[in-house]
Design a protein around this ligand. Structure first.
Ligand code: FES
Length: 64
């Protein structure tokens, strides 16, 4: 699903960025360009970011 229409960024791309180490909106802006134009996507992108971070934390706990 597209999160940032201006840049064509999907939730999968955000989750992949989190997997590679992104953990702040600033990281998503830098590596993907999320929320750099109209900014309408910022709130939804943050939700996806937080959800992906939570899933990453849970996965790390189960792998140790
Ligand atoms: S929808 Fe993301 S900057 Fe416009």
């Amino acid at each position: 699903m597209y999160i940032c229409v201006c840049k064509g960024i999907t939730d999968t791309a955000i989750r992949d960025a989190v997997h590679r180490g992104a953990d702040r909106m600033r990281d998503l802006k830098t590596c993907l360009g999320v929320s750099e134009q109209c900014g309408i996507c910022a709130c939804h992108a943050k939700e996806v970011l937080e959800q992906a971070l939570m899933q990453k934390t849970v996965a790390q706990r189960h792998s140790t």
